[in-house]
Ligand binder design. Structure first.
Ligand code: ABT
Ligand code: MG
Length: 137
């Protein structure tokens, strides 16, 4: 069993995709062990995307992710980190495989509907950033 951090980004929430995405998670069989809709404080967003601090798109990225409510989700399941990334598809929707969330719904690299941790280290770091002690089942 593995845990990962998933997030529905502001574009996904704004477009009413939350039920569709939760439905896909449920059909896949992952257990939702944490769930909340929230506005991201700027400090949390900057910490979350810390690895991209020096990239030219960092400011835009933080503006986007703090620009509306997100849905933070903690998932548990076998191979959940890779499995959830596979369900999302490639970062750039133009390269995302058919049937993935990004192929079906994302409009651009910057607004790509969902997030998923990319390694066990990221998953642990991001779960701790978004969920406090006692918030996870
Ligand atoms: P995240 O789930 O947001 O981390 O996306 P993913 O891991 O698939 O992709 P990475 B490489 O981590 O991108 C993080 C965010 O930065 C955006 N981005 C990325 C750009 O806007 N331009 C770029 O050239 C690149 C490489 C896409 C991701 N986010 N959002 N939202
Ligand atoms: Mg990433």
């Amino acid at each position: 069993m593995e845990r990962t951090f998933a997030m529905i980004k502001p574009d996904g929430v704004r477009r009413g995709l939350t039920p569709e995405i939760l439905s896909r998670i449920q059909k896949k069989g992952y257990r939702v062990v944490g769930l909340k809709q929230m506005m991201l404080p700027r400090e949390t967003a900057e910490a979350h995307y810390g690895e991209h601090k020096e990239r030219p798109f960092f400011g835009e990225l933080v503006d986007f992710i703090t620009g509306g409510p997100v849905v933070a989700i903690a998932l548990e399941g076998e191979n959940a980190i890779e499995g959830w990334r596979a369900m999302m598809g490639a970062t750039n929707p133009a390269n995302a495989a058919p049937g993935t969330i990004r192929a079906d719904f994302a409009t651009s690299v910057g607004e790509n509907v969902t997030h998923g941790s990319d390694s066990p280290e990221s998953a642990q770091r991001e779960l701790a950033l978004f969920f406090g002690n006692g918030e996870l089942l």
